[in-house]
Design a protein. Sequence first.
Length: 346
Amino acid sequence: MTSGDGAWRWYAAAVALVVIATTASISLGAAGPPWWRVPLALVDHLPLVSVDSGVSEVEWNIVWRIRAPRVVLGLLVGGMLSIGGASYQGVFRNPLVDPYLLGAAAGAGLGAIVVLTVARGATSAWSVDPVPVVAFVGATATVAVTYVVGSARRDAARTGTTLVLAGVAVTAFVTAVQTYILQRNAEVVREVFAWILGRLSSATWDDVRLCLPYIAVSVAVLVAMRRHLDLLRVGDDEARALGMSVARTRLIVVAAATLGTAAAVGVSGLIGFVGLVIPHVVRLAAGASYRHLVPLSFLVGAAFLVLADIPGRTLQGGAETPIGVVTAFLGAPFFVYLLRRHRFST
């Protein structure tokens, strides 16, 4: 971002993209009213507004109870993964890290596997779906272990390298435990992989209510810390010389990004490339300053995931393509292009 006076243009474009993505996603689907009637139905349900949308009560229930929570959850998850990725890239000064760096994905996957293995299809009898709850606990616990291990050395406060290495080790261990459990419970492999590949298709308003408080707190903290991330860009010693507590800043950012990422993963499964690619797209377009990169990453990531969900639920009629497959299909080639065409900086 070269000029603060022109920042509003990027925010306006990002908000417009979110509005377009939301409208398109909630209007399209294999069942329900024609797409052009859905915006009229939404307007008709506003207070003090009456419009003849031609949408029946049954069709409106499809829009509100099936499509709407899926879209809102996609906005929250996509935005959280993107802002989490941008924050991790800033705090570790590494453009190739993502929100799963310290083991959040592995911990969430282990939690889901444990529930699906123990419950064996009986989760529907629970008053609250235990899979996202235990996945959230697994993700936060794994990252907490990683942080404790990575901060054991005295020099851990000076660099994020120790945390990254600890994340690799803890992730490898947790993944080994996952494999061990799956080998002895082959009957749940299909269900586990359906969760691992992302599952916006089962989104409900309960999922939205479950993750919203954690994501809201996480986003608020990360936005508040964006100027500290700009200081970290120049190096730990330089940031410390400017009066910033590097260790405390790293802890706050990692804790906030992990909290939101764990909540997102708990309700959506593992969705790759969003937290890795979107911050780079925003950085190339709007500049490297975290003052604008952090909030813009949330908006663009939210729009991207909602748009990416459209082909997965419309191109095959009644069949569903997991959202994680779609994001990988779109994100992997684009990231290869970015690697070849641009030099990354944090």
